[in-house]
Design a binder for this molecule. Structure first.
Ligand code: G6P
Length: 735
């Protein structure tokens, strides 16, 4: 209230000052105007009367002078006329002039001096005196006195008028200020205070009530703070619960402490092609996009927990403007916890290294999904150069950190470990391969297999998701290179360097209790948005990639509807397909296949308000995907080949209600861990159709049992455990 009063008082003082100064200037101008008018008229009359009085004055004709002053002294607006001899002695004056005669007497004789005519405003009288000459001789002075009371009246009317105006402004200013303060400041503060109290006491997790206006930045900061508080509270509760139960699950806090101890406080370095935050231009705005990538889902929680540096390709069209001159920026943008270092590639480098060698060569080579790998010499040269470029960027980031620990990610960087080790033998380098490793015969078709393997074996530790891929890798190395395989330790000894090869099944940041997301649409709302009146909802979430078995999945739905017509009109399958690597011809063809297959199947079964397959072909954020996971009766992951597939784990993580069924391809790494999924061979359409029906008819009890089993598995084997194992293993290696 005191602030309100102070603000209003300050506004009023400012308004009063403005009105006072402007009125003063107005009054001064008006006075000048009225006085000039009096002077003009006084001068004309005095001149005219002076001429009439010249002769009688020269003759000292008192009677004539008296007649003159009486005759003209009574004119309208005139108070009177007076005549003086050259010595300043009054010779005649109008009777009405008596009260003012003294003032006239004091002024009039000055007209005899060098000034000549004189005039003055004395109280309400305007006196104008002129010297009178008769044939050139000064014979006296004539003064006319006009009534000037009108000036005072006009001026005081002006003051009064402006004062009233000020008064009305003051009332208006006070009222408007009060309302503005009330609506725009006090009410939002009240709401925020109430919200903060509720947040503090844990009564709500909703967004702050103030989303716009003056308090928007504050509200957004408060939201971040509330989120951190909620996360810290949940972590503390979880820790307490675990202590209580004598368990020791891996949490971000535990990982942080563990890494601190293992790395003796040194920072962690990660190199991965895909960046966790892409800045993309959308009209005039810059949007932050979290890309659809299992790698980002897996790796980011580790950096969020432990801090460090993530070296990645800056692929967004607004990436440069959001980073500093060295390509660095703190992330996540809303609450920075680690550094993202962006490496810039030319379009030719990106074409050759990323699209060409990595994704037209190595990707189909490692995923046996019947797309022929393409190996071009030019792409290989770009791949080598890009690996070198990333190595240089990483070496620069590492600076003089002694014994740095580096986690290199994926098939984009097979050459990086050796490049790093050559220049920093003190570095501990792990390479984690997120995709499958095929058998030696399949891998052997790569013209540069020896160079790739030699680059990889620069690492101290090479990790795959499953033992099967480790075995394939060891066999490949054995057949392609001169080296010694240590079958007991699962290691490769080559040119005096030892590389351990081990499985580390990657996971997600499973959280329990689940993080409550705000304003999540209900299953009903979701169905409405899809235009689905159907009873059952199935979901698939993928990058649109030929390894994901999306077409096979659609055919499974088709076969199910064929075999079990009772589900026609009742079952809707939603595919959230993020466009991926669309620059590559095979991906464009695949996108067309997926669209055509959905259209073909829909044409068979659709009616006015039903179609069995909804293909939502765009990027969906985690927040957008989550409600689908929660609403689905089943989730289908039908990859033809997949290192792990974290979508399967995300679906399980979202189902805190222990409902819903996971249909999972046996060709995923996840199938080795999630034994309670309904496992299928996606090439077997009939089996997939049966699995869908089985899922739809599964009793709630069985769903609960299976889901609880998978959740317990995930809870134990989360991404923090994965990172702790990898880092412990790496730190234990004797260089
Ligand atoms: C796979 C790869 C990741 C990659 C992701 C997305 O999961 O193993 O390294 O990040 O696909 O692919 P993209 O080409 O879009 O990075």
């Amino acid at each position: 209230m005191r602030i309100t009063l102070r603000l209003i008082a300050a506004l009023l003082v400012a308004a009063s000052l403005v009105v006072a100064v402007s009125t003063y200037l107005q009054v001064r101008a008006e006075t000048r105007k009225l006085t000039e008018d009096l002077a003009r008229r006084g001068s004309m009359l005095a001149d005219a009367l002076g001429e009439l009085a010249a002769a009688p004055l020269a003759a000292r004709d008192a009677a004539e002078l008296s007649r003159l002053v009486q005759t003209y002294g009574g004119r309208e607006g005139l108070v009177g006329v007076a005549v003086f001899d050259p010595a300043g002695v009054a010779l005649a004056a109008s009777a009405s002039l008596t009260p003012d005669l003294r003032a006239v007497q004091l002024l009039a004789p000055r007209a005899l001096g060098p000034e000549g005519r004189v005039s003055r405003l004395v109280r309400d009288r305007y006196i104008y005196a002129v010297p009178v000459r008769d044939e050139g001789t000064l014979v006296g002075v004539l003064a006319v006195v006009r009534d000037a009371a009108a000036i005072r009246t006009t001026l005081s009317r002006m003051w009064r008028h402006n004062f009233l105006r000020l008064l009305s402004h003051a009332v208006l200013i006070s009222l408007v200020s009060l309302l503005i303060i009330r609506w725009n400041i006090l009410a939002p503060i009240d709401q925020m205070t109430g919200w903060m109290k509720q947040i503090r006491s844990g009564e709500t997790s909703a967004a702050p009530p103030v989303a716009r206006g003056l308090f928007e930045p504050l509200a957004s900061e408060a939201t971040q703070m509330a989120r951190s508080l909620a996360a810290a509270r949940a972590a503390a509760e979880e820790e307490a619960r675990l202590r209580q139960q004598g368990q020791s699950l891996w949490t971000p806090e535990r990982l942080k402490e563990h890494v601190k101890e293992k790395l003796e406080g040194r920072p962690l370095f990660v190199v991965a092609n895909r960046e966790p935050y892409v800045h993309a231009r959308q009209g005039k705005k810059v949007q932050v996009i979290v890309p659809a990538s299992g790698l980002v889902t897996g790796i980011e929680p580790i950096l969020l927990a432990c801090g460090g540096t993530w070296v990645a390709h800056g692929s967004g069209d607004a990436d440069r403007e959001m980073a500093d001159a060295a390509g660095r920026l703190p992330v996540p943008p809303e609450e920075p916890r680690y550094t993202l270092k962006r490496v810039w590639l030319t379009p030719e480098e990106e074409e050759g290294y990323y699209y060409g060698f990595s994704n037209e060569g190595l990707w189909p080579l490692c995923h046996i999904a019947h797309t022929r790998p393409i190996f071009r010499e030019e792409d290989w040269r770009h791949y080598q150069a890009a690996n070198k470029k990333f190595a240089d960027a990483l070496l620069e980031e590492m600076g003089d950190v002694r014994d740095p620990v580096v986690l290199v990610q994926d098939y984009h960087f097979a050459l990086l470990p050796a490049l790093i080790k050559r220049r920093r033998p003190d570095a501990r380098v792990a390479l984690f391969w997120h995709i499958p490793w095929p058998n030696p015969e399949a891998f052997g078709i790569c013209p540069w297999q020896r160079e790739l393997l030699a680059g990889m074996l620069g690492a101290d530790l090479v990790g795959f998701h499953i033992q099967f891929h480790c075995n394939n890798f060891l066999e490949t190395v054995d057949q392609a290179l001169e080296c010694r395989i240590d079958g007991e330790r699962f290691a490769v000894q080559r040119a005096g360097h030892l590389t351990l090869v081990k499985p580390f099944p990657i996971s997600i940041a499973f959280s329990e209790p689940p993080v409550r997301s705000q304003a999540e649409p209900s299953q009903e709302a979701l169905r409405k948005a899809l235009g689905a009146t159907a009873r059952y909802l199935g979901v698939g979430v993928d990058r649109v990639d030929y390894t994901k078995g999306i077409v096979e999945r659609f055919r499974g739905v088709e076969r199910c509807l064929e075999k079990h017509p009772e589900y026609q009109g009742q079952l809707v399958f939603v595919e959230l397909g993020a466009p991926s690597r669309t620059h590559i011809k095979r991906y464009q063809e695949h996108m067309n296949e997926v669209e055509a297959e959905a259209a073909r199947i829909n044409a068979r079964f659709q009616s006015k308000d039903y179609k069995p397959i909804v293909f939502l072909n765009r990027h969906h954020s985690h927040a957008e995907i989550e409600p689908y996971y929660k609403a689905a009766d089943f989730c289908m992951v039908t990859s033809l080949a997949d290192g792990m597939n974290l979508v399967a784990k995300e679906f399980v993580s979202a189902r805190a209600d222990e409902c819903g069924v996971l249909i999972l391809s046996r060709f995923t790494g996840a199938a080795r861990e999630l034994h309670d999924a309904v496992v299928v061979n996606p090439y077997d359409t009939g089996q997939t159709a049966d699995a869908i029906r089985y899922a739809l008819e599964m009793s709630p009890d069985e769903q609960g049992r299976r889901m609880a089993g998978m959740r317990a598995q995930l809870k134990e084997n989360n991404i923090y455990r994965w990172a702790s194992r990898l880092i412990t293993e790496l730190a234990a290696i004797r260089l």
